[in-house]
Write a protein that binds this ligand. Structure first.
Ligand SMILES: [Zn+2]
Ligand SMILES: [Zn+2]
Length: 277
């Protein structure tokens, strides 16, 4: 099977999140070992319903850091994974602030919900996780939640990386060299650099260092949405020669021998997941 990523959200930052200009539900990764939900922020549950995704299909949850655009739906997603809390199963991983709380942030998942999972724990940069058989490298980031990290997944189709919230440094970008796919949180457009996040110019530098087959803009803030995220992605493509696109809600990325982009079917009905029966 391909390594499939479904984007339950492509927004990020507090304004996109609080106005839900884009959903902020993170992404579902379907791989040979199971289904992994990464960063289930606001909108995750709504989007799962819209694409008829049964939450009991999820076998692991990762929360990169303790900001609401990355964690606010996590407890309900864990309840979905554990059949409403009736069946202890799955794994939950997060940074220190997510799991234990630190420096006034978190914990953002309650001890009750952590214990619904078969396995849970905190990670830090330098760790290597086995997530349902998927080797996952935990990498450094530079963000206002200092425990935040990035991720490289070692799939049978090559390396796929999710750069969670960070500002740009060469050292941070160099960690991702060798990735076929780079999911980049580009929060602001050209001429609008803010602390602890990436802007379009940073994406140019990042992609020049990593040179992936495909870079995908996610975590889109209000300013880049106003300016047109697709146009910003085109600018980076033209500057670097790297195929670069802006993600849209419910977009599906299949990483196999080829990398293909499509959209999940979207329903507006009263579907009830099979796991409820
Ligand atoms: Zn964020
Ligand atoms: Zn953040």
């Amino acid at each position: 099977m391909t390594f499939r990523i479904t984007f339950l959200g492509t927004g990020g930052g507090r304004h996109t999140t609080m106005f839900q200009l884009r959903s902020t539900g993170g992404m579902i990764v379907e791989h040979d070992g199971g289904n992994l939900h990464i960063d289930p922020g606001p909108g995750a549950l709504t989007q799962m319903h819209k694409i008829h995704y049964d939450p009991a299909l999820t076998s692991s949850v990762i929360v990169s850091h303790c900001h609401p655009d990355h964690y606010s739906d996590a407890e309900s997603v864990i309840e979905g994974m554990t059949y409403g809390g009736w069946r202890k199963r799955g794994s939950v991983y997060g940074s220190e602030t997510v799991i234990k709380g630190s420096g006034g942030l978190g914990p953002c998942i309650s001890p009750y919900h952590l214990r619904l999972a078969e396995k849970y724990g905190a990670f830090e940069a330098g760790d290597v996780l086995d997530v349902d058989g998927l080797r996952t490298d935990i990498l450094k980031a530079k963000h206002s939640d200092s425990t935040n990290v990035g991720f490289t997944f070692h799939t049978k189709h090559g390396k796929v990386s999710y750069v969670s919230d960070t500002e740009f440094t060469e050292e941070i970008a160099e960690q991702y060299i060798g990735s076929r796919v780079l999911l980049l949180p580009v929060t602001t457009p050209r001429g609008n650099r803010i602390n602890y996040h990436l802007c379009t110019e940073d994406a140019v530098e990042f992609e020049r260092i990593v040179r992936p087959e495909l870079a995908v803009f996610i975590h889109l803030g209000v300013a880049i949405l106003r300016k047109g995220a697709e146009k910003e992605a085109e600018f980076v493509r033209d500057s670097t020669g790297v195929r670069t696109i802006a993600a849209r809600d419910r977009m599906v990325l299949d990483v196999g021998d080829e990398i293909t982009v499509s959209d999940a079917a979207c329903y507006d009905d009263d579907w009830i997941p099979p796991s409820s029966i």
